[in-house]
Design a protein around this ligand. Structure first.
Ligand SMILES: [Fe+2]
Length: 257
């Protein structure tokens, strides 16, 4: 696997690890633990050129402390600062307790060179679609008001814009306008990076990047009208955050034997 030369501080994204307390458990025809281990192995040559890592939610599938702790240990072993945020399958309390401190945490912001990564929590308890509470939006406003870098990238689990897969677009971020209005109004916000859809998407909205990334766990069929998993390889994304506010990025697939 060839590592692209870095063009600016490099951020790596993994998403939708969907771990269970039982490392042998299956979900949608795959063993999430085995796939995560394969992705982590494939990440190794990329870590040398990476400054930070973001996990955009659905950390675990069963909400157990055991699964969160195992994921935390695997992520902290990558030896880079990282951020995590909940997805719809997560349980906020155990997630926040396990990731309260350490290299990987739920802290709101992470400086990556001339950029700031801002994490948002879009989990609505008991619901599949996401929503940003008034408190989350206020926290975003505070992070933007205190921004110490020229550029920023927002990370959240649920995409606020359609990605072209109807059943997933129906369960994305509900009432996304409050977020999108802020994005449109602030030229420092250069993009949004999300999980949830288990499939890659690379689009633009108001000259901002709108990115989603394959899960490390099961893969979904892009364009499907109803839930359809496919036997595609898991993957991750690299993002080079350029000094001019641009983002060079691509997805790397990790073939399973
Ligand atoms: Fe997921």
């Amino acid at each position: 696997m060839t590592v692209a030369p870095a063009n600016g501080p490099r951020l790596l994204q993994i998403t939708d690890t969907h771990l269970f307390a039982d490392p042998a458990a299956e979900h949608a025809g795959v063993i999430p633990e085995a796939r995560l281990q394969a992705v982590i192995a494939a990440l190794q040559p990329w870590l040398e050129s990476a400054e930070a890592i973001v996990h955009t939610g659905d950390l675990v599938h069963d909400g157990t402390l055991a699964a969160y702790r195992r994921l935390r240990d695997r992520l902290n072993a990558l030896d880079r600062p990282g951020r995590v945020m909940p997805g719809n399958h997560d349980a906020r309390e155990p997630l926040e307790s396990v990731f309260a401190a350490g290299a990987f945490s739920t802290d709101r912001t992470l400086r990556v060179g001339d950029w700031t990564l801002i994490s948002l929590d879009s989990l609505q308890v008991g619901e599949v679609p996401g929503r940003l509470s008034a408190d989350e939006l206020a926290a975003l406003d505070r992070a933007l008001a205190g921004l110490a870098t020229p550029w920023c990238l927002i990370a959240l689990h649920h995409p606020p814009l359609p990605v072209g897969t109807p059943w997933l677009d129906a369960i994305g971020l509900a009432e996304p306008d409050a977020l999108l209005e802020r994005v449109a109004a602030d030229p420092r916000i250069r993009g949004l990076v999300c999980g949830h859809v288990h499939t890659p998407f690379n689009g633009r909205w108001h000259d901002r990047r709108m990115l989603t990334t394959p899960a490390t766990a099961a893969q979904f069929l892009a364009g499907a009208r109803r839930f359809t998993s496919v036997s595609a390889a898991p993957g991750f994304r690299w993002l080079d955050l350029r000094a001019d506010g641009g983002i060079d990025t691509d997805v790397v697939r990790v073939p399973m034997d």
